[in-house]
Design a protein around this ligand. Structure first.
Ligand SMILES: Cc1cc2nc3c(=O)[nH]c(=O)nc-3n(C[C@H](O)[C@H](O)[C@H](O)COP(=O)(O)OP(=O)(O)OC[C@H]3O[C@@H](n4cnc5c(N)ncnc54)[C@H](O)[C@@H]3O)c2cc1C
Length: 393
């Protein structure tokens, strides 16, 4: 005869990324004996994904970026971790997940299964010389594939494209960046800050083709040609595609969960299905999809409280995004653009301080580059929190 409750199914976390492991750690801080199980499609190694774009700068190979393997994590967190196991469906009514033909019951389910890389059409992404790097295994494969080649063409000039460009340049590679936007990090940085980052990367030797898209990649690793939509042909050895990420929503949608850009949750990280929660890159928390570490850490702390019986809405304060372009560091809080907002820009070389204020003078966001990054803490305290309405209640 078991004691009441001990034969209950576990809390199941899908995903062993920063979201899944942060939640497991926060849960263990609160409850040492809560039955917990993690299921992950990868090998379950604990690693910090942001480090993937720093391998060359820090002189680290792919395997050196893993902090602990899944065995060590399972022991540390006293939970079962099923690796190389892909969840194929959710049945919220039955409180079950499907893994192929197998069904597994959960007490509460947490979706922490991240985001997919956006693939370009087949004439580009279908070529095996085109790599996307969104997890440690991708990075391992990329490093293998890169081998002794020197010329890397990066598709995409967003945060991740710029970070890889800087890191590969630090590793001594010839780097060419191609993107359809007119500036680097569109949507994240105002023009002045973007031009500072671009100028600094160019000074390091990175070549940019902005305002053009890649139409086709031909050839193979070691001898690839990228045809641009203005007719130009770039020569390289290997291509890194970093054109964006999209929250993984397919299985949630199939299960009837409310999905928008990401899996829709409220501030308790609860989805539209009972006992199913989501956090990290896959989640859209009251309209916000923030694919960064700080928001997921705050989400993990709040969700751990909720799952252990003390419901806690997530609080997101001013969370500056730090872009790891060491040739020109960036700290940015992108503002919610308003009709009467304007950018005030001070620039000295590649040191930019851009402040976005509304007509009453309130600071809504900022972008700092180079030496001005040191002001990030002070300014972060001034901007409104991301989930401001809750704080006002
Ligand atoms: C190169 C790079 C640099 C970055 N730099 C920064 C930075 O400097 N600062 C910052 O704040 N953020 C940065 N980010 C973003 C940050 O890394 C992510 O927001 C964060 O790692 C997301 O964690 P996650 O756990 O939600 O998702 P992931 O790490 O993607 O984890 C998803 C997990 O779910 C598993 N999974 C998926 N589908 C299934 C399934 N069907 N069944 C079972 N398991 C499944 C996967 O195997 C994986 O274990 C960077 C991202 C990249 C790619």
């Amino acid at each position: 005869m078991t004691e009441m409750g001990t034969d209950q199914p576990p809390v199941v976390i899908i995903g062993s990324g920063l979201a899944g492991y942060s939640l497991a750690r926060e849960l263990r801080k609160r409850d040492a004996s809560l039955p917990l199980m993690m299921i992950t499609a990868d090998d379950g190694a604990s690693y910090s994904k942001p480090l993937l774009s720093t391998g060359f700068t820090k002189g680290k190979a792919a395997d050196e970026l893993a902090q602990a393997d899944c065995g060590a994590m399972a022991e540390q967190l006293t939970m079962e971790i099923r690796t190389h196991t892909r969840v194929t469906g959710i049945d919220p009514d039955a409180h079950e997940i499907r893994i192929g033909g197998e069904r597994l019951r959960y007490r509460q389910l947490v979706l922490a299964w991240g985001a997919d890389v956006i693939r370009l059409p087949d004439p580009v992404s279908g070529n095996p010389a085109v790599c996307s790097i969104n997890d440690l295994e991708d990075y391992r494969q990329f490093r293998r594939h890169l081998g002794g080649h020197r010329r890397v063409i990066v598709l995409g000039a967003g945060l991740i494209g710029c970070e890889y460009a800087n890191d590969l340049r630090n590793g001594g590679y010839d780097v060419t960046v191609v993107a359809p936007s007119g500036q680097v990090m569109p949507g994240l940085l105002p023009e002045a800050a973007a031009s500072a980052v671009q100028a600094a990367l160019e000074a390091e030797g990175v070549t940019f083709h902005l305002g053009v898209a890649a139409d086709e990649v031909v050839g193979e690793t070691g001898s690839v040609q990228v045809r641009l939509n203005d007719g130009a042909m770039l020569q390289g050895d290997i291509v890194v595609s970093a054109v964006g990420l999209r929250p993984r929503t397919r299985l949630a949608l199939d299960a009837g969960l409310k999905v928008n850009q990401g899996i829709v949750t409220d501030r308790l990280m609860a989805t539209s299905a009972p006992d199913v929660y989501a956090l990290g890159d896959c989640a859209e928390v009251e309209g916000h999809v923030l694919m960064y570490v700080m928001p997921l850490m705050a989400s993990a702390r709040a969700l751990a409280a909720t799952l252990t019986g003390a419901p806690a809405p997530v609080q997101w304060g001013g969370m500056p995004v730090m872009v790891k372009t060491p040739c020109c560091p960036v700290a940015v809080v992108p503002p919610e653009v308003t009709e009467d907002g304007t950018w005030e820009v001070e620039r000295e070389g590649n040191n930019v301080r851009a402040l976005y204020r509304d007509s009453s003078g309130a600071l809504l966001g900022f972008a700092l580059t180079g030496d001005r990054v040191i002001e990030k803490q002070t300014l972060s305290r001034e901007v409104p929190p991301v989930l401001a309405t809750l704080d006002a209640r």
